[in-house]
Design a protein around this ligand. Structure first.
Ligand code: TYD
Ligand code: MG
Length: 461
């Protein structure tokens, strides 16, 4: 039999070409084509690769399909269960991405230890660390005697064998980029290998109903390394975020077939591993300077949970020719828009001023409800007057300087009241009882505003 022709696969988008080229014709990436040799077709033809969800292949009537509320498996870590939508679904494949050193292995080892103790055997397969390294990490995390099996292996077929032998309740594959299949000649981490490994693990997960976690590395620009294709294969994609210089970490769901997306779990990295933070607002407001100009507290919704964060602004006269506008934790374009609204509709003079805006604690906020908080922080810095302590705010700002209503106002107000805030500046539209209203304020005084001007009058009289 003739050996199959090599194909050149773009490592960025997965497009194939018959010959090497300097630039991918599909996505335009430079120098991204790598030679890959497809496997020899197995005896049964391509069909033997295919996954058969049910034995019979007949279409069934919607009403006749029984609803299965499969019991979810708790990872024993409340914040992690929350991101997964209430625990992991049996047979699901979950991808956990994040920068190196952020704590992916730590979190999964902790989860593995809990599941091994409470449910049954767990297989932790690592292509990055030896059993001894994992064990010494486990000592620090207080992993005690539990049926936790460690496997330092990079060969996919060996891992699948071990899964078949141990029949674990949970499988963890630490870094999909280190796994290679004997069927391909390309290097581990190339798109063909990664896709093959993920697909085979998916078949195993679905076939034997064992939930599987995959660790994925991210590239410098923050996307999952190489295979965008991987995100389509798996059921759930989680991102581990956080700043190296802060001890807190955030796990965010960006795709979830079994739960809400943009759900958030907050952790703190301690000497003894990751500790869940059930009350993130407290963490993000911990070091807030009281009565200092340029600081505002806004209430943002992450997934289903309200979180109070502090936005800080500093406006200072530029000593260079063109003024700088820097944003961290919010979108740069959004900041430019809000500054233009402030100039035009609220009469602030920002020409020739440097503007720096930062969300404290390394958080990222990307919903429009944060607009009013950003605007207030900038105005407070310009006027050099503090926003009264005990005031929280939220609302979307439009180009005409109007403050627009936003979703889930009662939830935000309740969180602010619980954190001891006495006054909330909210969009007037959210107070309208015919539109649902904003509740009784839970002990918080509610001030409705219609425009940026009104909001600034209420905040900085
Ligand atoms: P790790 O889980 O190895 O990261 P990843 O798998 O995402 O690459 O996390 C490593 C970092 O976490 C490392 O910088 C040390 C820190 N760490 C602690 O602070 N406390 C601990 O108990 C552990 C296990 C790690
Ligand atoms: Mg690791």
């Amino acid at each position: 039999m003739k050996s199959p022709k090599p194909v050149f696969v773009c490592q960025d988008c997965g497009a194939q070409a018959p010959k090497w080229m300097g630039r991918c014709v599909e996505c335009g990436a430079w120098n991204s084509l790598v030679e890959e040799r497809p496997a020899q077709a197995p005896a049964g033809g391509a069909a033997s690769h295919r996954y058969h969800p049910g034995a019979g292949g007949e279409a069934r009537l919607y009403a006749e399909v029984e609803t299965t509320t499969a019991a979810r498996l708790s990872t024993g870590i409340g914040e992690f269960d929350r991101v997964l939508g209430g625990g992991v679904v049996p047979g699901s494949l979950v991808l956990l991405g994040g920068e190196p050193g952020i704590g992916k292995s730590t979190l999964l080892l902790q989860a593995a230890a809990h599941v091994a103790r409470d449910v049954g055997p767990v297989l932790y397969s690592s292509g990055e660390e030896s059993e001894h390294q994992i064990k010494s990490r486990g000592e620090r995390l207080g992993v005690d005697r539990a049926p936790l099996y460690l496997l330092a292996e990079t060969c996919l077929e060996r891992i699948l064998e071990e899964i078949a032998r141990l029949k674990p309740a949970l499988v963890i594959v630490d870094s999909i980029q280190t796994i290679f299949s004997l069927k391909f000649q390309s290097a581990p981490g190339s798109i063909g290998q990664v896709r093959e490994a993920a697909t085979q693990l998916l078949f195993t997960a679905k076939g034997s109903n064992v939930p599987t976690f995959l660790v994925g590395h991210v590239t410098k620009d923050g996307s999952l390394a190489g295979p965008k294709a991987l995100e389509h294969v798996v059921d759930t994609v989680l991102y581990f975020e956080g700043e190296r210089h802060h001890s807190h970490r955030v796990v965010r769901a960006v795709k979830n077939r079994f739960g809400a997306v943009s759900e958030l779990g907050v952790f703190e990295m301690t000497g003894g591993g990751l500790r869940p933070v059930p009350n993130p607002s407290k963490l993000f407001l911990a070091e807030r300077p009281v009565d200092s100009p340029g600081s505002a507290v806004l209430c943002s919704i992450e997934g289903s949970r309200p979180i109070l964060v502090e936005v800080q602004a500093l406006v200072s006269t530029s000593s260079y020719g063109n003024a700088r506008r820097m944003a961290s934790g919010i979108d740069q374009q959004r900041l430019a828009l809000l500054l233009a609204v402030l100039e035009k509709r609220a009469g602030l003079n920002l020409l020739g001023e440097d503007v720096f805006v930062n969300i404290a604690g390394g958080m990222t906020v990307d919903e429009p409800a944060a607009d009013l908080g950003i605007v207030a922080a900038v105005a407070s810095s310009v006027r050099n007057r503090p926003i009264p302590a005990g005031t929280a705010l939220f609302g979307e700002v439009g180009l005409a300087g109007e403050v627009r209503g936003i979703s889930q106002a009662p939830l935000r107000i309740r969180e602010a009241a619980q954190m001891g805030f006495q006054r909330c500046i909210v969009p007037e539209a959210n107070l309208d009882p015919s539109a649902g209203g904003a509740g009784d304020g839970d002990g918080c005084e509610l001030v409705g505003v219609r425009s940026v001007g009104e909001a600034l009058d209420a905040l900085l009289p």
